[in-house]
Design a protein around this ligand. Structure first.
Ligand code: FAD
Ligand code: DHB
Length: 389
């Protein structure tokens, strides 16, 4: 088989890149490890920056999003029993869009199907090969048959555990990482959200987040020990703990119900440099991970896709390779800013066992500054709604 761009990974980064290439007459084949139903069963991000929303529209995959999305012009931050709002609209005329990653991925699959582009699911042992030559290919096994896709370029969009990053020689890559000693337990429930906007809650008992997918579907998270299994947390236990971490007026208003999904996510900061080797280009979680507190993972993946797609267009349509050469540097400049913001929000809002009292006072002072200082709020609003590409 032959294509122009072989994409490993049919998550949001791979699918979005494939559609952007498609509308610009560049062929791609997607090689995905799991069945489509599995990819669409993962509940992940919910908050989209405008840059990502605009890319979805530009590939004709934004119609359902336009109908079903919620627009949020601010977020609430609570601390003990007090709460303040960071109002993106009045601060920077900004907003974010609430629309689930699962739905966005479904819309991209439908757009890909309509365009008749090739996607191979349930592929085993996908491996980027000969990436330092001008005839790279991806080898994989599909339904028992060994396959090779020859291509001009390989896009490694295969998430944190995928094979693409490992194809960069170990002596040529630097991996920066930080793991956090706690996780997030998340539930989805068919109950109306507790508030119009999200609530990021810092409390003595740990962090909590009240989010949503739509007006009838809520998404809640609580910080908990990494070793806890979701099965240990019955629904009643979860609701009880969530309420204890929210201001009283919010806890009193929470509509509880049966959870329809419950999962645990570890928190990690990770960056691989460089994001390109030979004819292999990494996008999204394949190259970097953020703790979810700033809602930046999917949005940063979309930033990479933006840079790579433009560079490929210049290569194919204008015979200009400058942007491909600059891809890693350009993408990493934005990646590190989203890393900083995610790290900052995580440190601001979580409780650590054995945390020095001084650091807790620093969190308190930072929250106080953020609650009353417009400049501090502008910095947060600029980062949360999305740095420019
Ligand atoms: P992935 O979504 O991981 O997709 C990679 C794809 O590659 C997968 O389909 C996988 O099956 C496939 N793959 C893996 N290995 C192989 C292989 N060997 N061969 C072929 N295919 C392979 N981000 C936000 O921006 N906003 C949020 O609000 C937000 N909330 C989050 C909440 C939680 C609880 C979690 C866990 C994450 C959240 N994120 C958020 C992060 C976001 O979900 C990820 O950053 C995003 O999924 C990255 O997309 P991706 O396409 O790079 O990787
Ligand atoms: C959601 C997840 C996040 O990590 C976040 O910061 C905000 C919202 C969510 O799943 O809705």
């Amino acid at each position: 088989m032959r294509t122009q761009v072989a994409i490993i990974g049919g998550g949001p980064a791979g699918l979005l890149l494939g559609q952007l290439l498609r509308v610009n007459d560049i062929d791609s084949i997607i090689i995905e490890r799991h069945a489509r139903e599995h990819v669409l069963s993962r509940i992940r991000a919910g908050i989209l920056e405008t840059g990502l929303v605009n890319m979805m529209k530009s590939v004709g995959a934004g119609n359902r999003m336009e109908r079903e999305k919620l627009v949020h012009t601010g977020v609430n931050i609570s601390h003990g029993n007090t709460m303040f709002r960071v109002d993106f609209k009045s601060l920077i005329n900004g907003h974010v869009t609430v629309y689930g990653q699962t739905e966005l991925t479904r819309d991209l699959y439908e757009a890909r199907d309509s365009a008749g582009c090739a996607t191979y699911h349930e592929c085993e042992d996908a491996t980027p090969c000969d990436i330092e030559t001008d005839r790279p290919y991806v080898a994989f096994r599909h339904k028992g048959a060994e396959r090779k896709v020859y291509c001009d370029f390989i896009a490694g969009c295969d998430g944190f555990y995928g094979p693409s990053r490992q194809a960069i020689p170990v002596e040529s890559r630097i991996e920066y990482s930080k793991t956090y000693p706690f996780g997030w337990l998340g539930i989805l429930s068919e109950t109306p959200p507790v508030a119009e906007d999200l609530i990021y809650a810092s409390s003595k008992r740990g962090f909590a987040l009240c989010s949503m997918r739509n007006r009838h579907l809520s998404r809640y998270y609580i910080q908990c020990p990494l070793a806890d299994s979701p099965d240990k947390w019955g629904d009643d236990m979860f609701w009880d703990e969530l309420k204890r971490r929210l201001p009283d007026f919010a806890a009193d208003k929470i509509a509880t119900g049966k959870s329809i999904e419950k999962s645990m996510a570890p928190l990690r900061s990770f960056v691989c440099e460089p994001m390109n080797w030979g004819r292999l280009y990494l996008c999204g979680d394949a190259a970097h991970i953020v703790p979810p507190t700033g809602a930046k993972g999917l949005n940063t993946a979309a930033g990479d896709v933006h840079y790579l797609f433009n560079a490929l267009c210049w290569h194919y349509h204008d015979n200009d390779n400058e942007s491909l050469l600059a891809y890693s540097k350009k993408a990493l400049a934005r990646v590190w800013k989203t890393q900083r913001f995610s790290w900052w929000m995580t440190n601001l809002l979580h409780r650590l066992d054995g945390q020095p009292e001084f650091e807790r006072m620093m969190q308190k002072a930072e929250l106080s500054l953020l609650s009353e200082n417009r400049a501090a709020q502008e910095v947060m609003a600029t980062n949360y709604t999305g740095m420019p590409y």
